[in-house]
Design a protein around this ligand. Structure first.
Ligand code: GAF
Length: 389
């Protein structure tokens, strides 16, 4: 196998070219698509991600000079070098903030220093969780290399703290949990309130179906703006309803007190309605995957999820709406935006074999509106974070 075909060898050779010696090992963590359950994680709700074959690889070696040196094949002119003892939230920033945040969270045990070279193929800014792939590959590497007593839940927590406290993106736990806990051939049905989970077989091909990712090419950035606003709005809705988390509400009728006639109240009622109905949609999709319903019945549930994200939660953008419309018009059973929103990707539940036709229909719609063609691929449910070499 050539280095180009062998991701571990490619990362190892890039490490050797940068640092002049072989790494102690190479670790990988995947991107994800969330089948359903968007903006539920920081409300204590359910999520249902699938890991992608696209990964970030981290080639890592221990040092003894106390330095953290970070290099990326995707950002060749943006190396970072800083003493572990000098790491502070936001410093370094940019891509290096994710691995640096992980080392910061473990700084008392990583004081000797590390050399890290990352290489990956998870599309950045596409709503496919490239940042968690990055932080989780490094978290696993640090755990293994330094023989730290951390289980999978601890690793999820370290990577989430890196993103929340060091990078400053107020995300929930969906992406880090997907990167660490997903298993090949399954969707991860995770209760974010107590961490309980089930690996649900995700065999769409067996039912003659496929899940198609359509990356619009418009990027998002969760460290700023709308995402944090939505999170605060959900917290305020929960506060007004007298609950700790919106997950505690399972009936939209219980949201009536929010809609008090003020613009503010109406807005909070719509935000909370998305969360409550989205939690119910996760349960519906899980039931279909378990075989309790025709898997094609998942389609309208996905499309309803998109409408809710567009109208109640207001995190879609016109190009994502156009993607969903064009995919459904071309015969998809259902479609929706994935991830935090404000750009990124959509998924469509399609008949196996319809990927080219659906992609062509979306491409044509994009062309009519003056946008370059979307990138697309069929989801193959892959493994979570692991050591490669
Ligand atoms: C982003 C966040 F990082 C996740 O925690 C989650 O909230 C998601 O948006 C929306 O479901 O990916």
């Amino acid at each position: 196998m050539t280095a180009a075909e062998d991701p571990a060898r490619r990362a190892s050779e890039a490490f050797a070219a940068r640092f002049g010696s072989r790494p102690d090992g190479v670790w990988a963590a995947p991107g994800r698509v969330n089948v359903i359950g968007e903006h539920t994680d920081y409300n204590g709700g359910w999520v249902l991600p699938v890991a992608l074959p696209h990964t970030t690889r981290a080639a890592v070696a221990r040092r003894d000079d106390g330095l953290l040196v970070l290099a990326s094949a995707q950002h060749p002119d943006a190396d970072a070098e800083i003493a572990v003892a000098d790491l502070r939230p936001g410093r370094p920033g940019g891509w290096a903030g994710y691995p640096a945040g992980v080392v910061h969270a473990l700084a008392d045990r990583a004081a000797g220093g590390l050399s890290v070279l990352v290489d990956g193929d998870v599309p950045a800014g596409a709503g496919l969780s490239s940042s968690a792939a990055l932080s989780c590959s490094v978290a696993l590497a640090v755990r293994d290399l330094l023989e730290l007593d951390l289980d999978a839940d601890d690793l999820v927590d370290v990577a989430r703290r890196a993103e929340n406290d060091f990078v400053g993106a107020p995300t929930g736990v969906l992406d880090q949990a997907a990167a660490i806990l997903c298993t090949a051939g399954h969707a991860l049905f995770l209760d974010t309130r107590d961490g309980t989970r089930e690996q649900v077989p995700f065999d769409l091909a067996g039912a003659g179906l496929a899940l198609l990712v359509l990356d619009t090419g418009t990027t998002h950035d969760h460290a700023e703006g709308g995402y944090g606003d939505r999170r605060r709005e959900c917290e305020e809705a929960a506060r007004r309803l007298g609950v700790d988390l919106l997950r505690e509400i399972d009936d939209v009728a219980a949201l009536e007190p929010l809609a008090d006639g003020t613009a503010d109240g109406e807005l909070l009622a719509r935000r909370a309605r998305h969360v409550v109905t989205e939690d119910a949609r996760v349960l519906e999709v899980v039931a279909a995957l378990r075989g309790d319903a025709d898997p094609r019945a998942m389609g309208p549930v996905l499309t309803a999820g998109h409408s809710s994200l567009r109208d109640d939660f207001e995190v879609s953008v016109p190009l994502l709406d156009a993607t969903v419309e064009a995919a459904v018009a071309a015969g998809a059973h259902g479609a929706r935006m994935v991830g935090g929103g404000f750009g990124g990707s959509a998924v469509a539940l399609i008949e196996a074999g319809a990927a080219d036709d659906v992609t062509a229909a979306v491409t044509e719609r994009f062309a009519r509106e003056g946008h370059p063609a979307p990138r697309s691929f069929v989801v193959v449910p892959a493994a979570g974070a692991r050591r490669l070499a």
